[in-house]
Design a protein around this ligand. Structure first.
Ligand SMILES: [Zn+2]
Length: 360
């Protein structure tokens, strides 16, 4: 697996804030928003220093150009980004483009393109663009959810331009991949599947709901699949949905290439998610995905880094994904897995607890 990354992505500095909102006057000590550099610094270090170190190679991405951006985004939006770049500006309540930040966003999108070109050029089967800022909320004409340029969209369109007939995009970030959905909503040659927390729309920058009835339009009807999952879903729910919903749809679509929007913010400690997935859950899903890409597209997989905001646990989940995709053993122990079968997640569990508890 080859990874494309550039330390200049760490320069993307967004203002302090409470979770993904603006700073709260109630707080005496303001803290950095979760989309900070530390999560990426640690993802890189775990991959380099961990047991997979000798199975990974590293490359430097090229920056995405205006021409490449305009394959997915509108001219009007590109001009908006260039204006905001001069001074720094909030483009939505959670999405601040710092002064000069457009170049970093180009580099992040370029990591997705470089990862695609590696696989397209036959240099290897799997690649991983470490993208910061991330991609999947960026819509053709709107920034959203920390995202400015949709590198997933750029990569999928370049693959089509290079002769690939069908691309499947699987998004297991805990948030709905609304930007990618918006870009490909009317297309039958790009299947978009998003597994996410059932959070719905979060305002004007995110008009899509991520609900099951958003299935595409015109020729694209049936080629956008939303899989909203309940809060606290956990490993069993995620791996079951992947096996029973994602796998058969991708098999039926039979793509030439799969792109994974690889967010780790469904993890059990994420400040921006509530889904309780552990390293073991990510490892299992990645193993399922490994089988799928081998079956349908000769093992070709391009990944982009999306969310994942706990700066120690999300990087361990990124390792678990890489280990599953490479068919390696998971050699790093989960430091504090909270297994969902032990949790009180449903009324039935509470009933069972009461039945066996001597004081109820
Ligand atoms: Zn996310």
């Amino acid at each position: 697996m080859k990874i494309f990354y550039d330390e200049r992505m760490l320069l993307h500095r967004i203002p302090d804030g409470m979770f993904d909102s603006c700073p709260s006057p109630l707080l005496e000590k303001q803290i950095e928003q979760p989309e900070g550099a530390d999560r990426i610094i640690n993802t890189v270090s775990v991959l380099k220093r961990g047991p997979l170190g000798n199975r990974l190679s590293w490359g430097t991405p090229v920056s995405a150009t205006d021409k490449e951006l305009l394959e997915f985004h509108t001219e009007e939006y590109l001009q908006r980004l260039k204006e905001a770049d001069k001074t720094g500006e909030y483009l939505s309540p959670s999405t601040y483009l710092p002064k000069g930040g457009l170049e970093v966003a180009r580099l992040a999108a370029g990591a997705a393109l470089s990862a695609l070109r590696y696989v397209l050029g036959g240099e290897g089967l799997m690649s991983y663009g470490i993208c910061r800022p991330p991609n999947h909320h960026a819509q053709p004409n709107m920034a959203d959810g920390y995202c400015f340029i949709n590198g997933i969209g750029l990569a999928a369109l370049e693959a089509i331009a290079q002769g690939y007939k069908k691309i499947a995009i699987i998004d297991w970030d805990v948030h709905h991949g609304n930007g990618t959905q918006a870009g490909f909503y009317n297309r039958e040659d790009i299947l978009t599947i998003s597994m996410h927390m059932d959070h719905g729309s979060w305002g004007t920058s995110h008009p899509e709901t991520g609900k099951v009835d958003e299935i595409g339009i015109a020729a694209g009807t049936g080629f956008n699949i939303n899989l909203p999952l309940p809060f606290g879903a956990g490993d069993i729910c995620y791996t079951s949905v992947f096996e029973q919903c994602v796998v058969p749809k991708v098999q039926a679509f039979n793509p030439d290439l799969i792109i994974l929007a690889n967010g780790q913010d469904a993890n059990q400690f994420d400040p921006n998610g509530r889904q309780m997935v552990t390293m073991a859950g990510y490892y299992r899903m990645a193993s399922q995905l490994r089988e799928l890409v081998q079956e349908v597209c000769g093992g070709k997989l391009v990944m982009t880094q999306e969310g994942g905001y706990n700066p120690s646990y999300a990087p361990l989940c990124a390792y678990a994904v890489a280990a599953g995709l490479l068919g390696a053993e998971m050699e790093i122990e989960d430091p504090i897995a909270f297994y969902p079968e032990d949790s009180l997640r449903a009324e039935g569990d509470v009933r069972a607890l009461k039945e066996r508890h001597p004081l109820f």
